[in-house]
Design a protein around this ligand. Structure first.
Ligand code: 13P
Length: 250
């Protein structure tokens, strides 16, 4: 099966409204002739509608960085999945910054996954081991737990599911995993999806590598058989660098 490469730009908690509009316009212009790669921008939530509007008529998609699991209610400050419908296509769930900085448990990740699926949106599930797990040789156990518990209660693989493998120690450090190590983990992730949802699902799921990806190193990851794209943090805030990454993913 031919899996279409997919590149995500996770802007995290950066950019003013004006800067977000400018970056969107610059990325759109830089990628106007790009075919064969899916591109998803993940702006901060207050700028989602701006980015959506600025991408009208473009193939570039919009994703939310986070979501709450209840569909509505007295949850001050939270955003519900149904509210995102019509503005975003994808929702990032389980990013390590949610897990570590905000103490999000795998149960909460699973609740969010279900909320995203119930709203008819496509989840991008991020998994990855902290340095302590790597050192202790527990990486695969951690990845399996994040994948299996994080999709608890979801009987069939969500259509279009994307999984991002982001080793925590590689995020924002300038020290990416080696392409060979990333390939090994992504192949393992695919095998867990096969156990969970069957071979056909495992063939279809797209797996990204994330963690200090830049225009220079992205090709070495994308060349790996089980890596179908990249989830980019820092370098996605620079239109030229991000466009170069998207082109390299082709
Ligand atoms: P960096 O590309 O800045 O390492 O961030 C990766 C990331 O966390 C994307 O979600």
């Amino acid at each position: 099966m031919q899996r279409i490469p997919v590149v995500g730009g996770n802007w995290k908690m950066h950019l003013t409204r004006q800067e977000a509009r400018q970056l969107t316009a610059a990325i759109r212009a830089a990628l106007v002739d790009l075919v064969g790669v899916e591109v998803i921008l993940f702006p901060p939530s207050p700028w989602l509608a701006d980015v959506h509007d600025a991408l009208e008529g473009s193939t570039i998609q919009v994703g939310a960085q986070n979501v709450y699991w209840e569909p509505q209610g007295a949850f001050t400050g939270e955003v519900a999945a149904p509210m995102l419908r019509g503005t975003v296509d994808h929702v990032l769930v389980g990013h390590s910054e949610r897990r570590i900085v905000f103490g999000e448990s795998v149960w909460e990740t699973a609740d969010k996954m279900r909320a995203v699926c119930d709203a008819g949106l496509t989840p991008l599930l991020a998994v990855g081991e902290p340095m302590a797990d790597l050192r202790a040789g527990r990486t695969n156990d951690t990845l399996r737990r994040q994948l299996v518990e994080g999709t608890r209660g979801i009987a069939a693989m969500p259509p279009g599911l994307i999984v991002a493998y982001e080793p925590v120690w590689a995020i924002g450090t300038g020290e990416p995993a080696t392409p060979a190590a990333a390939q090994e983990r992504c192949a393992f992730i695919r095998s867990v999806i096969a156990d969970r949802y069957g071979d056909e699902a495992a063939e279809a799921v797209r797996i990204q590598y994330g963690g200090s990806v830049n225009a220079q190193n992205v090709a070495s990851f994308i060349d790996q058989p089980d890596i179908d794209g990249a989830l980019v943090g820092g370098a996605s805030l620079d239109a030229e660098a991000f466009a170069a990454i998207c082109r390299a993913a082709r």
